[in-house]
Each structure stands twice: as structure tokens, then as C-alpha cells.
Write a protein that binds this ligand. Structure first.
Ligand SMILES: Cc1cc2nc3c(=O)[nH]c(=O)nc-3n(C[C@H](O)[C@H](O)[C@H](O)COP(=O)(O)O)c2cc1C
Length: 367
């Protein structure tokens, strides 16, 4: 990445200058993101996985304070919920969350198209189709991982989504196979067919099978063996595709190793439970020269955010935000006190944003 311009004060830059920079950047194959120029090829180098109940807007806001460039995914949202429910409830997000991708669940091309059209109106940077979730609830609706058994239908879904949202990137997240299909050719043929029949060029691959019979969704994230070499082989066989690897990746050293073989790395649970792992990512993986955020600065931002959210009166309570902060002090002396205070039902009940400052004061005592 070449960083040629950055506005230190975070004020809105002069529009003309900004537009000129964006135009030049696009011509050079670069993209303006959060006031830094990112090589377009690197934009999805790192991403936070879609995680139901975890990657809601409050967690994404937290993640964005720590890394300016990491690509963020929403939880999976059922296409039907967007069509029949209140779209604003499912689709609204904070502007600062960009770059942000929305993950859709569904298997009806017409319904997915309708949902994608609405999603595109909210200026998401990407719409992803879930073909990897093994939950029985999802299987009943015949989508998620079981879609891997019907690549023709997946192609129809992706084409319908792309037609409905022509300016939005459509991507797919999937496994390497379903149940007993353990040979490499299963995932190779799945990706190869989609490459041929759809405009989709980005494939996020959770490097294990989904066992639809007999394992819970949680077991399905741990028990089927990881086969990273299958994902590396996909990149070899389809060098023109953007291949993102996912599953069981926990350290920056592991990320760096995977990036020798594929275009991007998606992290789920480790980023949730140890969110400060993201602190080095912009520097290590996006060549950013911005200083990393300090704990006191982060705490101040979370405090200000909580104040605004609580004051907005849209039913947000402190617990909705604080539950995502429990892993923030991972590895620090005061981590236990921090966790205890921010998960204490009695303390949370008062809905005072100051609880965040008070919990931090406990951590600071041990620094
Ligand atoms: C609580 C939880 C919820 C998840 N929800 C989704 C989801 O909505 N859509 C999806 O594609 N994957 C979902 N996943 C799977 C993750 O996106 C990811 O593929 C998986 O956790 C493996 O990555 P990791 O080992 O880095 O966590 C979920 C995982 C967890 C832990």
C-alpha cells in the first residue's frame, strides 16, 4: 500500500481534493478506505467472520476502532427477514464500519434478489451468500452448507443477487465439502462451476467439511478436520480468483503463513475473544503507518459510543455493548476484574456508560 495522504484531524477533507485522490487511486488499482489508500488486491487481506449474535453493530464498531482496514462481516441475515421485516432494523450500521459486508442466508433466487436490492441501497461494500452454516434450523430452510449439494441452485442465487445489485460485489462463503465428501475434487468442482456460471470472483472457504448429520453447529466448527492444503490448492487451480481461507486461525504468525498461499485470511472466534489481536493488523498486513490505538484512547471511544447509544433511546442497553468488550483485556493483569464488572447484572442494570471507565480504572491499577 502506498499511503500518500492522510488527514490527521479526522475532519472531513476538502471534497475536491478527496475526489481527485480517489480518482487517481482507482486508476492505479487502489482504493480509499478510512482515509488511507489500500491496494485493491489487499482490501480483503484480513476479515472478521460473520458470527450470529456476535458480529452485531456494537461489536463491529469496536473492531473498527482497533483496525481501520480489516473487512467486517455482519451476522447472517435471512433474506426473508429483510423483505418482510423492518429493513432498517437489519441493515442500519454506523458509517465508520466501512468496509462492511452483509451476509445473506437463503436459497430462493427471487427472494435473495429482492433482499440484495435492499441491501445495496444501504451502500454495503459486499453481499455474501452463506453456503457454510450447518445449523439444523438453516438446513430446514434448505440453505447454508447443504446448498453445496446443489451448485446449480447456488449459481442461480448468486446470479440473481448480482443482477439485483449490479454495483455491489457478490461473494460466497462455503466449506470444503458436506458429510462424507472428503475428496478435494468436491470443492474444486463447486468453485470451478461457480467461476464458470457466475460473475463471482471471491470465495471464502472454511477449510473443513460440514457434517450435517449428528454434529451441533458448535461441534461443526471444531471436529471435522481442517484441510488448509485444499484451500491452497484452490488458489493454485484458480489463480484468477480471490481465495480467502478461514478456520482455526489464531495468531499473526499463522496469518502471515497463510498469506503466502492465499489472498486473504478470515478470523472468527479468536478476534471475538481476543479482540486486541487486531491492533497490529493494519501495520503488519496493510502497511499502514498509523499509530496503533492505545487502551486509554479505545476506552474513551467506547465510553463516548456507549453514551451516544444509551441516549439515542432506541432500546439499546449497556449490556448489548459491554458483552462484546469482555475479551478486550485478554492477557492483562486486570482482565478478570474487567470481565467481572462488565458482566455483573447488578452493575449493568443502571445503564451507566461510566461503568466502562470504572472497569478500566481497575485494570489500570495493575498496569
Ligand atoms: C457464534 C458463531 C456464530 C457464527 N455464525 C455464522 C454465520 O452467521 N454465518 C457464517 O457463515 N458463519 C458463521 N459462523 C462460522 C464462522 O464464520 C467461521 O467460519 C468459523 O467460526 C471458523 O472460523 P474461526 O475458527 O476463525 O472461528 C459462526 C461462528 C460462531 C463461533
Amino acid at each position: 500500500m502506498v499511503q500518500i495522504w492522510y488527514n490527521k484531524t479526522h475532519k472531513t477533507p476538502k471534497k475536491t481534493l478527496l475526489n481527485a485522490v480517489i480518482r487517481t487511486a482507482r486508476n492505479q488499482g487502489k482504493l480509499m478506505k478510512n482515509n488511507e489508500l489500500v491496494d485493491i488486491k489487499k482490501k480483503r487481506r484480513l476479515s472478521i467472520a460473520p458470527m450470529l449474535d456476535w458480529t452485531d453493530r456494537h461489536f463491529r464498531y469496536l473492531a473498527r476502532q482497533i483496525s481501520r482496514h480489516t473487512w467486517l462481516y455482519t451476522e447472517m441475515i435471512n433474506a426473508g427477514a429483510i423483505i418482510h421485516g423492518d429493513p432498517a432494523r437489519f441493515l442500519a450500521y454506523n458509517e465508520s464500519e466501512h468496509p462492511i459486508a452483509l451476509q445473506l442466508g437463503g436459497s430462493d433466487p427471487a427472494q435473495l434478489a429482492q433482499a440484495a436490492k435492499k441491501v445495496a441501497q444501504y451502500q454495503y461494500d459486499e453481499i455474501n451468500l452463506n453456503c457454510g452454516c450447518p445449523s439444523p434450523r438453516v438446513q430446514k430452510g434448505a440453505f447454508g452448507a447443504c446448498l453445496m449439494n446443489d451448485v446449480g441452485l447456488v449459481a442461480d442465487c448468486l446470479n440473481a443477487m448480482q443482477q439485483a445489485a449490479p454495483d455491489c460485489e457478490i461473494t460466497v462463503k462455503h466449506r470444503i465439502g458436506v458429510d462424507k465428501q472428503t475428496e478435494y475434487r468436491i470443492v474444486r468442482d463447486f468453485v470451478g462451476t461457480l467461476r464458470e456460471k457466475t460473475p463471482v470472483r471471491t470465495y471464502i472457504v472454511h477449510a473443513r467439511n460440514a457434517w450435517l448429520d449428528g454434529l451441533s453447529p458448535k461441534e461443526n466448527r471444531d471436529i471435522p478436520p481442517l484441510k488448509y492444503h485444499y484451500v491452497y490448492q484452490l488458489k493454485q487451480d484458480f489463480p484468477d480468483l480471490e481465495i480467502i481461507i478461514n478456520g482455526g486461525i489464531k495468531t499473526n504468525a499463522e496469518i502471515a503463513e497463510h498469506l503466502r498461499h492465499v489472498d486473504g485470511v478470515m478470523i472468527g472466534r479468536e478476534a471475538y475473544h481476543n479482540t486486541m489481536i487486531m491492533r497490529d493488523w493494519d501495520r503488519l498486513f496493510y502497511d499502514s503507518r498509523q499509530p496503533e490505538i492505545s487502551y486509554p484512547e479505545l476506552i474513551q471511544r467506547l465510553y463516548a459510543y456507549a453514551q451516544t447509544q444509551l441516549a439515542a433511546g432506541r432500546g439499546t442497553i449497556l449490556r448489548h455493548m459491554a458483552r462484546h468488550y469482555l475479551g478486550l483485556m485478554h492477557g492483562l493483569h486486570g482482565a478478570r476484574a474487567w470481565r467481572q464488572m462488565l458482566s455483573d447484572a447488578e452493575l449493568l442494570k443502571a445503564n451507566r456508560a461510566e461503568l466502562i471507565l470504572e472497569a478500566w480504572a481497575e485494570v489500570e491499577k495493575g498496569l
